[in-house]
Design a protein around this ligand. Structure first.
Ligand SMILES: Nc1nc2c(c(=O)[nH]1)N[C@H]1C(S)=C(S)[C@@H](COP(=O)(O)O)O[C@H]1N2
Ligand SMILES: [Mo]
Length: 424
């Protein structure tokens, strides 16, 4: 890490090249943001009295909605012309802050649309290699001890566009928006499995959804007995229909596809069931023509979300770079940021609490001098996994693996402040 005093701004300390600053320098740079705020009025009376101050506001509402001025902060989706309901709606990462995704903006990925499930009729069956098969209603599940945990969900196909030979001209929402994070509350799967009495011959749990796709995946028994949750609540309210109402399987850190929504059946089995979603899909094609199956945890990864395409810079000056980092293996240990395309790096500030298998917000001060720059971030998790460069990832596994793309993203900043996706 390079450190030097800038001759013309002695109060600032560069943390790395191309204007990355230490946080204390950012905070200490009194007046550095002058010109961002309009010049201060002589006294408060000089602020205009706006129309909304002259009469009482609108009445109470049963379920709150964002300000009408925020209508453009929305999921991005296209209803594809193929199978009805098959597709995805992506989270506007560049329009959000903090680490939690609001429920209405959590990404959705569905293979046959969103079923309209009557919670009173919904049942969860646990059977197969168990001593006592069980059927749970929503009501009977609610009698068990519950717990909450904050976890990200990332689709295995997130960021797949970065396998393309040319950088896709798209924003962070389109490129990386199959990623969200929520506080999930429900019953530990291990509690229910203990109740059913798992046969020692059981090595996998086949999890099946109650949608028209009957999406199903084989989950290793070790994960089922570890931190798997039958999630009933999402950020305090019942899970949204698009995210699995009335219950979903939460497998913290594992690829999104395994976190079966509208969960209706768990069958304890001796071997993986080889469902379509773990054979024809969600397998990684290798350069030698063989395919990797059962790649469960999502790898260490991060992305700068501000600035980014469609969240461009207006003028040279001080900015706070911010982004998200996560790992399916545990906590984020470190995020480094570069403004010169990876030549020099500065360690970003991690917003606490830094939770295992959750999104972690990182921030770093930057003085943009108005010249060209290339912004990157690189995550390291607590197990020592370091996010690779795109070249390193593709050299290792070729360009046809499609899923689990976790390499570094580069944003090119043009002299005018426009930001675009580039390969550095
Ligand atoms: N039953 C069912 N579960 C499902 C799916 C589905 O289509 N049907 N999609 C999977 C995929 S591919 C992903 S990435 C996650 C997405 O979860 P979300 O829509 O809540 O973000 O759900 C998974 N669970
Ligand atoms: Mo997915």
């Amino acid at each position: 890490m390079k450190r030097r005093q800038m001759a013309d701004r002695p109060e600032e300390e560069e943390a790395a090249g191309a204007g990355l600053l230490h946080r204390r320098a950012f905070l200490a740079a009194t007046g550095a943001l002058a010109g961002v705020a309009a010049s201060a009025p002589e006294n408060a009376e000089s602020l205009a009295v706006e129309p909304w101050m002259t009469a009482p506001g609108s009445p109470f509402t049963a379920y709150g909605q964002p300000s009408r001025f925020e209508a453009s902060v929305a999921r991005a989706y296209a209803n594809p012309p193929n199978a009805p309901g098959a597709g995805a709606a992506r989270t506007p990462l560049h329009r959000l802050h903090g680490a939690i995704t609001p429920n209405g903006l959590h990404f959705e990925r569905s293979h046959s649309g969103v079923p309209d499930i009557d919670p009173d009729k919904h049942r969860l069956l646990i059977h197969g290699l168990v001593a006592r098969p069980q059927v749970f209603s929503l009501e009977s599940l609610a009698r068990y001890p519950m717990e909450s945990r904050i976890a990200f969900i990332e689709c295995g196909g997130n960021s797949a566009a970065l396998n393309q030979l040319e950088p896709t001209k798209a924003n962070v929402q389109i490129l990386h928006g199959l990623l969200s994070c929520a506080e999930w509350t429900g019953v530990r799967l291990s509690t229910l499995l203990d109740e059913a009495g798992v046969d020692p011959a059981a090595r996998f749990v086949l999890a099946e959804g109650g949608d028209a796709a009957s999406m199903s995946r084989s989950v290793p028994i070790a994960k089922a007995m570890d931190d798997a949750l039958i999630a009933l609540y999402q950020n305090g309210e019942r899970i949204r229909p698009s995210n699995g109402y009335p219950m979903r399987l939460l497998l913290p850190g594992f690829e999104g596809n395994m976190q079966v929504k509208w969960l209706r059946r768990l069958k304890l089995v001796a071997a993986p069931a080889m469902t379509k979603d773990e054979t024809s899909k969600y397998t990684l094609l290798q350069p030698d023509g063989t395919a990797l199956q059962f790649v469960f945890p999502m790898e260490a990864k991060s992305v700068v979300v501000q600035p980014s395409p469609d969240a461009a810079l207006r003028e040279p000056g001080l900015y706070e770079i911010s982004g998200l980092a996560w790992s399916g293996a545990g906590r984020i240990a470190k995020v480094e940021v570069s403004a010169d395309g990876g030549r020099s790096w500065a360690e970003a500030h991690l917003q606490g609490p830094v939770l295992s298998k959750a999104l972690t917000r990182f921030r770093l001060a930057w003085r943009w001098d108005g010249g060209p720059a290339v912004l990157q971030s690189r995550a390291t998790d607590e197990t020592g996994n370091v996010q690779p460069t795109r070249d390193a990832l593709l050299a290792r596994r070729g360009v046809r693996a499609l899923y689990h793309f976790n390499a570094i993203t580069s944003w090119g900043v043009a002299p005018g402040g426009e930001v675009s996706h580039v390969y550095a």
